[in-house]
Design a protein around this ligand. Structure first.
Ligand SMILES: *Cc1c(COP(=O)(O)O)cnc(C)c1O
Length: 412
């Protein structure tokens, strides 16, 4: 290799080299990446310039155990050495065990069942197909909902900017205002609604809880009208809010279908649909749905490692205690640029009075904190469930200066 070639090979690995190659090789759907990341450990990641970040976003509520967790590493390694993938013409013990654990944690009654997918959108796609199989033509979803980007999940997602370029989408979906019980009642009254889709806490909408009363109204009215209640717990599930699943914080609330993904595989692509009870069990008949990868032994081993670690390390209690403490401490800053803290456990939205959330996120990144702004007035935190009070304290201490920097930039 000539000296010149050696230098260009090295340049190609530099941060600017990688950014150029990203632009040349990947489709532009995500815009310009904020950084090129090189490695992670626990709650920290490092970029290709060696700069360290406290990861308060966890790959958008995915890295439940943080980065390179020994339990996840050893489970995936061991499974890859034993049996990595088989088609769904065959079963495997990890897949069966994960399904049983999920049914148990979901407190699903006799006659319930699991379908594995690889992502949140696919889990919702499967739930959509279950809903269609009721034979009823209409489906309800909520304003500001987010259920994914494939055509079916997109049909359930209200954001016009996501939908408009892809119309026509699968039909029959109508959107309701969150909290409007009379509208819900009127929409369900004709008895031709297959399902209502809802996130217990609307994550992409800015971490906005539906509230216990509305969730219970959804349950009561769907039951009255023979309509399925589908809870999308892709973001809120698997310990994120300090319960195994967010809806379990509401006494007596049991959905007919629940969808999961994000934290379930701890970074390994894995989604799931849980159908509750015998009435839903056989809506999808043999041959009516499928997947090549879904629930393969490798993904199932990852899921088992995540669930096992949450239980063994008592992470639900931990999530509740550090999450509550952090929310209180942020409010106790008494900063009048902060309006409120929404959410539960470690899915938190810091509501700002001014539309400066994107600037705060940029300033935070410079200071070594990764978080995001689902809208202009919300800072979202969804850190690894293993995050310590000290780590969260570092961010809380830095927050006033970050708000100051962002507000100053806004005035310029
Ligand atoms: C992220 C998300 C999805 C989509 O999941 P993907 O894995 O990105 O397809 C669906 N629903 C909710 C509530 C989500 O937060």
């Amino acid at each position: 290799m000539s000296e010149h070639d050696a230098r260009s090979a090295q340049d190609a690995q530099s941060t600017t080299g990688l950014e150029d190659r990203y632009r040349d090789a990947l489709l532009p759907v995500f815009g310009t990446p904020q950084r090129v990341l090189a490695r992670g450990e626990g709650t920290r990641v490092w970029d290709t310039d060696g700069k360290e970040y406290l990861d308060l976003l966890a790959g958008i509520a995915v890295n439940a155990l943080g980065h390179a967790h020994p339990a996840l590493l050893s489970a995936v390694t061991k499974q890859a050495e034993t049996l990595g993938h088989v088609s769904n013409f065959f079963a495997s013990a990890p897949q069966i065990e994960l399904a049983e654990k999920l049914l148990d944690l979901a407190r699903a009654p006799e006659g319930s069942g699991v379908f594995f997918a690889n992502s949140g959108t696919e889990a919702n796609e499967a739930a959509f197909k279950i809903a269609r199989r009721t034979g009823r033509p209409r489906i309800l979803a909520l304003r500001n909902s987010f259920h994914g980007r494939t055509m079916g999940a997109l049909a359930l997602t209200s954001k016009e900017a996501y939908r408009a370029p892809f119309e026509p989408l699968p039909g029959g979906v109508e959107f309701l205002e969150v909290g409007d019980v009379p509208a819900l009642e009127a929409a369900l009254a004709p008895g031709d609604v297959a399902a209502v889709f809802a996130e217990p806490i609307q994550g992409e909408a800015g971490v906005r809880p539906l509230g216990e009363d509305y969730l219970l109204a959804l349950r009561r009215l769907t039951r009255e009208h023979g309509t399925l209640l589908v809870l999308d717990e892709v973001q809120t599930g698997v310990g994120r809010t300090g319960d195994w699943f967010a809806h379990q914080a509401v006494p007596g609330l049991q959905p007919d279908v629940m969808t999961l993904a994000k934290g379930l595989g701890g970074g390994f692509p894995l989604g799931a649909v849980i159908s509750y009870g015998p009435a839903v069990h056989d809506l999808l008949q043999p041959g009516q749905h499928g997947t090549t990868f879904g629930g393969n032994p490798l993904a199932a081993a990852a899921g088992l490692a995540v669930l096992g670690t949450i239980r063994e390390d008592a992470l639900l209690e931990h999530v509740r205690s550090v999450g509550d403490r952090f929310a209180r401490d942020v409010l106790a800053l008494g900063d009048d640029r902060i309006e409120e803290v929404r959410g539960r456990g470690l899915l938190l939205g810091i509501g700002l009075r001014a539309p400066i959330a994107k600037q705060v996120v940029a300033a935070a990144l410079e200071e070594g904190f990764i978080l995001n702004a689902p809208d202009e007035r919300t800072l979202r935190l969804a850190p690894p469930l293993i995050i310590t009070e000290q780590d969260l304290g570092t961010f809380r201490d830095a927050l006033p200066a970050l708000l100051e920097a962002a507000a100053a930039e806004g005035e310029n």
